[in-house]
Design a protein around this ligand. Structure first.
Ligand code: PEP
Ligand code: CO
Length: 448
């Protein structure tokens, strides 16, 4: 059934059914915080957002590739130099492999600087007979299982904004100086993998790329300033609509309103109901937007999502991030691609091979198998090709650290190895080496 439309404003979502929100003990305290947030400067600019949209339009045409990756849930304590630099390092290294193997520009988007709110399957968590509100991400409450930590605290919205600003400030500084200089990729090396087989193949690619870079500069006669810095965009799930609303702004010299908390907000699978508050909020912002699509979504829903989220059929505006699971993609994706094709509307297709492949081990760890993730990804490339469509990007949960959360990969991490460094706040992430291996596998599948 089609949803009747409301006149859009940053607050019109409040007239719709809203799922996955926190219940604050005091609305006055929440409103006060939101007023403060609304006074603070934006974290990103509309120019950056427009630039990203243009690049996403190129990815839609198959002329660029989107690499989106980062934590399932960032924690406030991740706002530290090593965590941020390691995440940048792995994304930069993966992007080099992809640029080299696919021979096209790679758009780097972190799940970073704002990925602080999480949807949960249950509102409460029970341990030893005690029930408390579920942990919903550092933007809302604390992870520790105590009554005081689990009460949603609006001041966390200000702290989240602050952490996002500090993270982004560091990313911007790093992207604009020697660290991100493509002449010095050795800055991105991580100590703990220097001797792995992944590292060897990576070093070979780096050598080749540096060679061609020098060749181009010799031809051009000068050093290329563009090569000394890299572009880096941010994204997060736009789940906490009060927070997103407070950072939604009008800018001079541009139509419409932008969410200036991040470049690329996305709608999670659990909040993608077409009549719901999240779609209502997202339909009015000028940013490119992602929406997770997966099993059980009808043809009508897909068409309605397109109409609502990209009514003008703008290029680079709407991303369908599909996430089925390796065992379900074959029965679902071809139909969805056909529906979109027949609609004649533009969509950028991206594969999230993580969220349909989550399982629990006998000892209770939430994990994902490398081979399942890889299989969903490989099937995605094949299905898009068979259907005459373009897979324009990938969406990973990964970290630049040496964690043990996903099973498999070249090191053969098994179930018993998970306990060594299982650190995620919510979902299992690829560790540094598994992420690099995944980038190499993409190149083997889709490289030229
Ligand atoms: C996520 O990306 O962390 C997530 C919760 O995914 P999904 O909405 O696809 O379940
Ligand atoms: Co996740």
């Amino acid at each position: 059934m089609k949803t009747k439309s409301l006149p859009w404003s940053p607050t019109s979502w409040q007239q719709r059914a809203v799922s996955q929100q926190a219940t604050y003990p005091s609305t006055e305290a929440l409103d006060e915080t939101l007023e403060q947030l609304a006074q603070l400067p934006p974290l990103v600019t509309s120019w950056e957002i427009e630039a990203l949209k243009e690049q996403l339009a190129a990815a839609e045409r198959g002329e660029a590739f989107l690499l989106q990756g980062g934590d399932c849930a960032e924690s406030f304590s991740d706002c530290s130099s090593p965590v941020i630099t390691n995440k940048l390092k792995i994304l930069l290294q993966m992007s080099l492999l992809l640029i080299h193997g696919m021979r096209k520009p790679v758009i780097r988007v972190g799940r970073i600087a704002g990925q602080y709110a999480k949807p949960r399957s249950a509102d409460t968590e029970t341990k030893n007979g005690v029930s408390l509100p579920s942990y919903r991400g550092d933007l809302i409450n604390g992870q520790e299982f105590t009554a005081s930590e689990r009460i949603p605290d609006p001041l966390r919205l200000l702290r989240g904004y602050g952490r996002a600003a500090m993270t982004l400030n560091f990313i911007r500084a790093l992207s604009d100086c020697g660290f991100a200089d493509l002449h010095h990729p050795e800055n991105w090396d991580l100590e703990f993998v220097k001797h792995s087989s992944q590292a060897e193949e990576y070093q070979r690619v780096v050598k080749e790329l540096s060679g061609s870079l020098r060749f181009m500069e010799t031809l051009g006669g000068t050093g290329n300033a563009e090569m000394q810095r890299v572009q880096f965009f941010t994204s997060h799930e736009g789940l906490h609509l009060h927070y997103e609303q407070a950072l939604t702004r009008k800018v001079p010299h541009s139509e419409g309103m932008f969410n200036l908390s991040t470049h690329l907000p996305w709608i999670g699978f659990r909040t993608a109901a077409t009549g719901g508050a999240h779609i209502e909020y997202f339909r009015g912002i000028a940013n490119p937007v992602g929406v997770k699509v997966g099993p059980g979504m009808s043809d009508e829903t897909l068409l309605e999502l397109q109409e609502l989220l990209n009514p003008a059929n703008e290029a680079g505006k709407l991303i369908f991030i599909h996430r089925f699971g390796a065992d379900r993609i074959a029965e679902n994706l071809p139909r969805m691609i056909r529906v979109v094709k027949n609609s004649g509307r533009r969509v950028l297709w991206v594969c999230d091979p993580m969220h349909g492949n989550t399982e629990a081990t006998a000892s209770g760890y939430k994990t994902r198998r490398f081979e399942k993730i890889l299989s969903e990804l490989q099937q995605s490339f094949d299905i898009h090709q068979q259907e005459g469509s373009v897979l324009g990007g990938v969406h990973f949960e990964l970290t630049g650290d040496d964690v043990t959360e996903c099973i498999g990969g070249a090191r053969g991490l098994d179930e018993t190895g998970l306990e060594r460094a299982y650190r995620t706040q919510v979902d299992p992430r690829l560790n540094y080496e598994q992420a690099l291996e995944m980038a190499m596998a993409i190149v083997r599948k889709a490289g030229v």
